[in-house]
Design a binder for this molecule. Structure first.
Ligand code: PEP
Ligand code: MN
Length: 372
């Protein structure tokens, strides 16, 4: 895939440093509300003031956002307190209005990233205009859709692009509103290393009490910044009231955030790290060798099953494997979820290898008559 070129955050000309902190209400509700929160946030190290003007709500009777008149309130609150402002755009009309009001940064929401038609329309509305754009992950866990949206915006010539990880929707109820699926943003970072990556713990968590730990995980994973919803009176918020922090809570969170370095300068520590990484490399080789041996034996069993004409899947045997391996793994401080996931993968691969072995001489139907 073609390598994208993205500006790093310090080059965005807003005096952004790492971690970039974006905060503000889920939705702009009134002039008073947005001025109150902006004044509070200006006392913290907040780089960007966010505020939803048009809210993509699931149900038509919930608060749909204050609409265009809120753009001016947000901008004035930002200018007065010296914080650049940021809004969500979901169609070309939003882009046009936000640009007219001189909003500093735009973001594309999760419900828009899923729709390539809309992202393309937004990209065309932006054509030639040099405004920073942040792109949230799509609500479904599909990396290509996220990358596709980033590419569509990037093709307009915009270089100040960042990705926002806000978690993924699931049918099952979990402790998160949107499960983080950390491997997806990590893979995005691997594929687009220059792209700044921001975490939105508010929409991942859905409740205040989980936000600090998700924010810390993002810092531990070397994210470039955080987007955290805040409101002077969260209990009165017209949307997402459960997940908005008071300025005091946000200050507490930021004061306790441990920001780690991704570069190692201490020589003794560097040597130790090298040594440990060598050990990991060796263990990984052992693991892959052992798995390869295991598959070889699985194929051999497949051969006997074929000769004796018995089915590949033997449910009692599979249950026995799961039971004993789970116990062994738990005794060795591995988590239940990890052992089950790993054995499902190993078992699927064994079944696949045995199926291939059994069906090495499949019927050739090419020359059979269509009558049959
Ligand atoms: C928001 O940031 O308020 C929002 C609607 O987010 P998302 O697109 O992540 O749901
Ligand atoms: Mn919200």
């Amino acid at each position: 895939m073609e390598q994208q070129k993205f500006s790093s955050l310090p080059d965005w000309k807003f005096e952004f440093s790492k971690p970039l902190i974006i905060s503000g209400p889920c939705g702009v509700e009134s002039e008073k509300q947005v001025h109150e929160i902006a004044a509070e946030l200006s006392k913290l190290n907040v780089h960007l003031l966010r505020g939803g003007i048009w809210k993509p709500r699931s149900r038509p009777d919930s608060f749909q956002g204050i609409g265009s008149e809120g753009l001016k309130w947000l901008k004035d609150a930002g200018r007065k307190n010296n914080i650049p402002v940021m809004v969500e755009v979901a169609n070309p009309k939003h882009v046009e209005e936000a640009l007219k009001e001189q909003i500093d940064v735009l973001w594309i929401g999760a419900r828009t990233t899923v729709n390539p038609f809309l992202v393309q329309e937004i990209a065309e509305a932006l054509g030639g205009i040099n405004i920073p754009v942040m792109i949230k992950n799509p609500i479904n866990p599909e990396l290509e859709l996220w990358i596709g949206a980033i590419e569509r915006i990037s093709k307009t010539g915009i270089r100040r692009i960042a990705a926002i990880h806000r978690g993924f929707s699931t049918f099952e109820k979990t402790k998160y509103r949107n499960v983080p699926n950390w491997q997806i943003p990590i893979e995005l970072k691997r594929r687009m290393p220059e792209l700044p990556l921001i975490c939105d713990p508010s929409h991942i968590c859905g409740t205040r009490n989980l936000i600090a730990s998700v924010a810390q995980t993002a810092m531990d994973l070397n994210y470039d910044g955080l987007m955290i919803e805040s409101h002077a009176h969260p209990e009165q918020a017209l949307s997402d009231s459960q997940q908005q922090l008071t300025p005091a809570a946000l200050k507490y969170l930021l004061d306790h955030l441990v920001v780690r370095s991704s570069v190692v300068e201490d020589v003794i520590f560097m040597n130790l790290l090298e040594e440990l990484r060598d050990k990991i490399d060796k263990l990984d080789e052992d693991i892959l060798n052992k798995i390869s041996n295991r598959m070889e034996i699985a194929r051999e069993i497949g051969k006997y099953k074929k000769e004796n004409n018995i089915t590949i899947l033997q449910v009692e045997r599979w249950n026995e494997i799961l039971r004993t391996r789970l116990q062994f793994g738990l005794d060795h401080e591995l988590t239940r979820e990890f052992i089950l996931k790993m054995y499902e993968l190993i078992h699927d691969e064994s079944i696949l290898q045995q199926t291939q072995m059994m069906n090495s001489e499949t019927l050739d139907l090419k020359n059979t008559s269509t009558k049959y």
